[in-house]
Design a protein. Structure first.
Length: 53
């Protein structure tokens, strides 16, 4: 029983660590794309107008 619990905790810790690493990689990749193409993100775009009729 103790081995099953230890294995389950190990799997959960591995998943958590991989999620943190993946999130960091995706976040830095998004920031790089944001700097290269500011016009595809609304927060950096200037002069965008939307007509609501």
């Amino acid at each position: 029983m103790d081995r099953i619990f230890t294995a389950a905790v190990s799997v959960l810790v591995c998943i958590a660590v991989s999620n943190v690493v993946t999130g960091y990689i995706l976040n830095s990749e998004t920031n790089r794309i944001r700097k290269e193409n500011p016009d595809i993100f609304n927060d950096s775009a200037s002069g965008q107008t939307v007509n609501v009729n």
